[in-house]
Design a protein around this ligand. Structure first.
Ligand SMILES: Cc1cc2nc3c(=O)[nH]c(=O)nc-3n(C[C@H](O)[C@H](O)[C@H](O)COP(=O)(O)OP(=O)(O)OC[C@H]3O[C@@H](n4cnc5c(N)ncnc54)[C@H](O)[C@@H]3O)c2cc1C
Length: 440
């Protein structure tokens, strides 16, 4: 029997479990650990609440989760409740699928001011991640700035500008919905250091900005390269740029009909966040691109007054004591998923924060291939491991309050039962409430 521990129940964790089942069938036992009492990682706490069809992918993981040889072991933080060394003593292989939950700092003065948030925190707030549920951003000002030119920046801008009706059918948590309903934000500036051809925004997410009830996107036509240059872009990127061109063509009179403007400020590098205690503005330097597409400052600066800043410029994995870490890249040091004998990583913890949910599937299958190779070749010192029996004994000794998949199904049923009309669920946002909801 093979015993595999997977740390993290996001897409990478579940795809790895699926791959282990395909590899060893009934000859494997997989335990999937998560620090939260609820599974699915960023599908629950990252993917936008108004993108329910994407969140629906979690249903597909249930096939894996509900099979006899895979267990969910929730509410256990590896590196705190149980160490990696302890898991390695119990399982043949330990796979870190812990994602990249920390915001990369922008590295500019003023980041510590009040009402300046990283997107992990801000997105976690509106998605009900227990760590960020109490964030309480102040939305009483007029102007918000979002730093970054990827889909997460678009998610943040869209969520900030939607009406209550537009959240119908979403699972945005009640505290965020109420705060957004009272928001006074009228101007959302999305800052990008480079230009329209360098965005990392996909067509669907950009296209949505053109159909918002009370917000209208604005692109300065002067920022767009000559149209024939679009021909050199790959088709998806060309489609995204076409959306920007259509935003640039929106007539002024039409824009004025809507109370919120989402403005794309390209070739704009933030230099400092300004304020005394709380953010009051942001200083920006104009950039120009060199022939390789790299941005450098032109020396021309300007200031935008604003009362909320969200940085959406990437994420880092949390280091775990004893596990080699690549500080610069913000992920575990690994060679195609191998970290140390018997210790592996997968998903964002392996690659860093890039790709879609689906990108994690080949990653999961790849790491199981490596584990199988290492086990078969004798590269791992092989003693008979106790697997989950050993973990259960350790958990009992430490009085860990483990949450099972069956418990999660009860929590899920409670969340569905308390949903507002039209919403799929109302999430519990405190760990204690999740645990209470599973009952006895
Ligand atoms: C804001 C946002 C929106 C996104 N929207 C989309 C989208 O619309 N479409 C799309 O395809 N992709 C989207 N993505 C990308 C997608 O979410 C990722 O590709 C995917 O979630 C990465 O999977 P993962 O399993 O590596 O990490 P995660 O999903 O982050 O899962 C990691 C899990 O590990 C757990 N964990 C961490 N540390 C420990 C520990 N020490 N002990 C126990 N458990 C631990 C965490 O609680 C978490 O459950 C989005 C990402 C973000 C940030």
């Amino acid at each position: 029997m093979r015993h595999i521990a997977i740390i993290g129940s996001g897409p990478a964790g579940y795809y790895t479990a699926e791959a282990a089942q395909k590899q060893w069938g009934d000859g494997v036992r997989v335990d999937i650990f998560d620090l939260l009492p609820v599974p699915y990682g960023l599908i629950r706490t990252g993917v936008a609440p108004d993108h329910q069809s994407i969140k629906g992918v979690a249903k597909r993981y249930e096939g894996t989760a509900l099979s006899e040889n895979v267990r969910f072991v929730g509410n256990v933080t590896i590196g705190e409740d149980v160490s990696i060394a302890e898991l390695q003593g119990l399982y043949d292989a330990v796979v870190l699928a812990t994602g990249a939950p920390n915001d990369k700092p922008a590295g500019i003065p003023g980041e510590g001011l009040e009402n300046v948030f990283g997107s992990a925190a801000f997105v976690g707030w509106y998605n009900g991640h227990p760590q960020f549920a109490k964030l309480s951003p102040d939305l009483s000002g007029r102007h918000a700035v979002v730093i970054g030119n990827g889909n997460v920046a678009l998610d943040v801008a869209r969520i900030l500008s939607k009406t209550a009706d537009e959240f119908h059918g979403s699972d945005i948590v009640a505290h965020a919905l109420h705060a957004l309903q009272k928001s006074h934000i009228e101007q959302i500036t999305i800052l990008g250091r480079r230009g329209p051809h360098q965005i990392a925004m996909t067509p669907k997410e950009l296209g949505e900005l053109g159909h918002l009830t009370r917000a209208c996107p604005r692109v300065d036509p002067a920022d767009l390269p000559a149209e024939e240059e679009d021909l050199f872009l790959e088709p998806g990127q060309r489609k995204s740029v076409t959306h920007l061109r259509s935003f640039a063509a929106i007539p002024e009179e039409f824009r004025c009909d809507k109370p919120v403007e989402i403005e794309f400020d390209f070739f704009a590098s933030p230099r400092a966040i300004l304020g005394d205690g709380t953010v009051s503005g942001i200083e920006i330097e104009r950039t120009a691109l060199d022939s390789e597409g790299r941005a450098s400052g032109t020396g021309e600066t300007y200031t935008i007054p604003c009362s909320l800043v969200v940085t959406a410029i990437g994420y880092k994995t949390s280091p775990i004591p004893g596990v080699p870490f690549e500080e610069g890249a913000g992920r575990f040091a690994n060679d195609e998923g191998r970290i140390l004998p018997g210790l592996y990583c997968v998903g964002w913890a392996r690659r860093g924060p890039s790709g879609t949910i689906g990108t994690n599937r080949p990653d999961g299958f790849g790491v199981i291939e490596k584990i199988a190779e290492d086990l078969d070749s004798g590269a791992l010192y092989h003693e008979v491991k106790q697997g989950r029996r050993g973990f259960d004994a350790l958990a009992a000794e430490r009085k860990l309050e483990v949450v099972t998949f069956r418990d999660w199904k009860k929590i899920e049923a409670e969340e569905e039962a308390r949903a507002r009309t039209g919403a799929p669920r109302e999430k519990f946002v405190a760990v204690e409430d999740m645990i209470k909801a599973r009952g006895e």
